[in-house]
Design a protein around this ligand. Structure first.
Ligand code: ATP
Ligand code: MG
Length: 324
């Protein structure tokens, strides 16, 4: 059994009297020492999936409306709020998309780490401060003894992201979810932050879920990949297998849309059309209006996931590498 097992997860958003599904039945698992990459265009449900695992959707008008999630064999959805909070504080941690929104600008970064440590570990303030400095050192913040007393705005974007990682690691999580941890950073700093996460994984065996727009980043970092489109995982595979075949036309589109050098290019342009909106009704395969391989069957029949190689699942009637 994997550390985290997500089965047929459905998440819906309340619009007036209606509950509209936005994550529409996704399944995946991740084990210790593994890194799973979730990739897909903006709005496809990546962050909501992460927040659902963390138990952070409560009270937001967004709810889990179906499926199962097990963590260490325990049913996350059947737990009391207290048990859930305990797991969130001790066994799971998340690095959020925008570090400035999750660091409090009016508190020194050290105090924020100390508070996290004191909440979850029974440490004196002195011991927590010592541990905070160690953590800042671990995430390679220079001069941690003095930086511990900095305010968030006194740090660079890369350093703030590292502080977030230090906070996430303060509880030695079994699972770390990193939601676009590097988009706001320049390429060199991106690489450093990712290397840092993998380094820590080598030391502690933490399972990582890395969410990104960038298939290139995922390729370099992850053991397996889940490609998300409009609330579905349309292709899931071990990284090598995925890149060998690129079976789903959407996955190919994502790959071709990675701008080589010029990051100003809007990569969405490379896949024609747009992601359907929440609540839109599309007959057949949800990707067919944008798909270069679509045939009449795709307009009428919803593709079911099928395994084209061990562990390689694709939701497409006419995947590349398959029979036509
Ligand atoms: N609290 C909310 N209320 C209403 N709609 C929401 C809420 N949170 C998310 N959504 C919508 O749900 C959809 C999925 O959102 P989500 O944040 O998971 O996308 P994402 O894949 O993380 O996108 P991005 O790559 O831009 O971060 C989006 O259309 C978003 O606008
Ligand atoms: Mg997001």
């Amino acid at each position: 059994m994997a550390l985290l097992d997500v089965e047929n997860l459905e998440i819906s958003i309340r619009f007036g009297h209606e509950l509209l599904p936005v994550v529409r039945g996704v399944s995946f698992s991740v084990d210790e020492n593994e890194t799973l990459g979730i990739v897909g265009e903006s709005g496809c449900g990546k962050s909501l999936t992460a927040l659902a695992i963390m138990g952070l959707l409560e009270g937001s008008g967004v709810r889990v409306t179906g499926g199962r999630m097990r963590f260490g064999g325990r049913d996350l959805l059947a737990m009391s709020a207290d048990e859930r909070r305990h797991i969130m504080g001790n066994d799971m941690a998340m690095i959020f998309q925008e570090p400035m929104t999750s660091l409090n600008p009016v508190y020194r970064v050290g105090d924020q780490i100390i508070e996290a440590l004191q909440q979850h570990r029974n440490l004196s303030r002195r011991a927590a401060r010592r541990r905070a400095i160690e953590l800042l050192d671990l995430v390679r913040i220079p001069e941690p003894d003095s930086r511990v007393d900095s305010f968030p705005h006194q740090l660079s974007g890369g350093q703030r992201q590292r502080v977030m990682i230090a906070m996430a690691l303060s509880c030695d999580p079994k699972l770390l979810i990193a939601d676009e941890p590097t988009t706001a950073l320049d390429v060199t700093v991106q690489k450093e932050v990712l290397d840092l996460m993998l380094d820590l994984q080598k030391r502690t065996g933490t399972a990582i879920i890395l969410i990104s727009h960038d298939l290139g980043v995922i390729a370099e970092t992850c053991n397996s990949v889940a490609v998300m489109y409009w609330g579905r995982l349309v292709e899931t595979a071990p990284t090598d297998a995925l890149f060998e075949t690129l079976a789903h036309p959407y996955t190919r589109g994502l790959l071709h849309s990675i701008p080589a050098i010029d990051r100003d290019v809007d990569w969405l342009d490379a896949i024609p059309g747009r992601v359907p909106t929440i609540g839109e009704q599309i007959a057949g395969c949800p990707f067919h209006p944008r798909c270069p391989r679509a045939e009449s069957r795709c307009r009428h029949e919803v593709p079911q996931p099928r395994e084209i190689a061990p562990g390689h699942l694709v939701e497409c009637h006419f995947p590349y590498g398959g029979d036509r």
